[in-house]
Design a protein around this ligand. Structure first.
Ligand code: COA
Length: 374
């Protein structure tokens, strides 16, 4: 392959952004200039969602209005709710949320308006409604009655309530909030770049987010948190973990939840998520997953010098919280909608059609000869 081809856009800087900065050398990630670890300890998810979308942390009045808007927009239309209940029970919830966002576009009164104000209104509506769509499917596929959103609950409390019919301990809500904060934004990853590419043709935000969800589903991106749980289920017991992971490496298998295109010395989000994974394990009185987690992590670092990424601790954390494994990546979606929307608005503000070149390697120029002339 010729040297001027950068497969996977490896090392290519394609644009500027002021949404977030990934600094692999100092193992740091900032949203709008604030360290993500600091945001996790000092803010709730709604405050960080506001920051990602608007560029600044909210004052009291701004936060109150943002929370009010988010809560007022949670309900789905009857038609979308009915459509979700009719979806095949075996459908992957990522496909359901992707379809739900597409359906929302059909009835959004601003669909054709790409102005900054309309885009912000639509971003908030997608942000508010997608958890409702996910929770509705989570319950309806099990034959359970749908629980409608409640205006007196926070974003995370409401999501738990819509899924399980109750709000868990505040430590569990905090751990869930932290996972959403860590998932909210991560510069030009593949799904965000997908959203920006779709936007660059001046298409609309529902389409860009629909495309981003499709991209996030892949196991090399967001789908890794589900794969981590499948791996832990296969390992079954801590006593089997050491041999299992060594065998996998002997067979040259890719171990999900490890490695990263940008971070080569460790993912800046992992220590914070590990801390909350341990808290959740303690509350749930579970030692099995923490033990498996540590054994696999140590082997990966000692044998391959490959560190865990954020999907490694979120997988078992969501499992202990009671979520089905195929709901993990859609949970990533309900958070990343903030980051995608911020990037979509940034792309619109200084747009240039994204259209790279390719080096042709197909058949040489030839003349059309119809079969009966040969
Ligand atoms: N398990 C085993 N080996 C891994 C690995 C993993 N998770 N991640 C990277 N490696 C190895 C590769 O096999 C390769 O080895 P080689 O040079 O001997 O061929 C080397 O490390 C470089 O990996 P590469 O795939 O070229 O790096 P990348 O930057 O293109 O890929 C990922 C990054 C994320 C796609 C990759 O690490 C991966 O597939 N991870 C698992 C999926 C995952 O957790 N994704 C979520 C990311 S947040």
């Amino acid at each position: 392959m010729s040297d001027d081809i950068k497969k996977g856009l490896l090392g290519i800087v394609v644009d500027e952004t002021n949404v977030s900065q990934v600094m692999p050398d100092i193992n740091s990630l900032t949203y709008r200039g604030y360290a993500v670890q600091d945001l996790c300890e000092k803010c709730n998810f709604e405050e960080v969602a506001y920051l990602v979308l608007n560029g600044e942390l909210p004052n009291k009045k701004q936060l109150k209005k943002f929370i009010k808007d988010e809560r007022l927009n949670r309900k789905l239309s009857k038609q979308v709710l009915n459509d979700i209940q009719k979806m095949p029970k075996k459908a992957h919830p990522m496909d359901v949320v992707r379809t739900a966002v597409s359906l929302m576009a059909l009835e959004d009164k601003d669909t054709k308006d790409n102005s900054p104000k309309a885009n912000m209104r639509k971003a908030i509506r997608i942000f508010s409604k997608t958890p409702t769509a996910l929770a509705a499917f989570f319950r309806s596929r099990k034959g359970k009655k749908i629980i409608h959103p409640k205006k007196n609950l926070s974003f995370s409390e409401n999501f738990f309530n819509m899924c399980f019919g109750k709000v868990p301990e505040k430590e569990i809500i905090k751990a869930f909030d932290v996972s959403l904060i860590l998932y909210a934004e991560h510069s030009f990853n593949v799904s965000t770049f997908t959203a920006r590419t779709i936007t660059s043709s001046l298409s609309d935000i529902h389409g860009a987010i629909t495309g981003a969800i499709a991209s996030l589903k892949g196991p090399l991106h967001g789908g890794a948190n589900e794969e981590v749980m499948h791996m832990m289920s296969k390992i079954k017991k801590p006593e089997k973990a050491f041999n299992w992971i060594n065998n996998a490496l002997d067979k040259k298998e890719v171990v999900m939840g490890f490695g990263h295109r940008v971070y080569k010395k460790g993912d800046s989000r992992v220590p914070t998520m590990e801390k909350y994974f341990k808290k959740v394990s303690k509350i749930k009185k579970d030692k099995k997953f923490i033990k498996i987690y540590e054994i696999v992590k140590n082997v990966m670092i000692n044998r391959k010098n490959i560190h865990p990424n954020v999907d490694y601790p979120t997988g078992p954390t969501y499992h202990l919280m009671g979520f089905d494994t195929d709901i993990f990546t859609p949970i990533f979606v309900i958070s990343r909608i903030t980051g995608w929307s911020a990037h979509i608005m940034e792309q619109h503000a200084a747009n240039k059609l994204i259209r790279p070149l390719s080096k042709y390697s197909g058949a040489k120029h030839r003349k059309v000869m119809l079969l009966n002339q040969r």
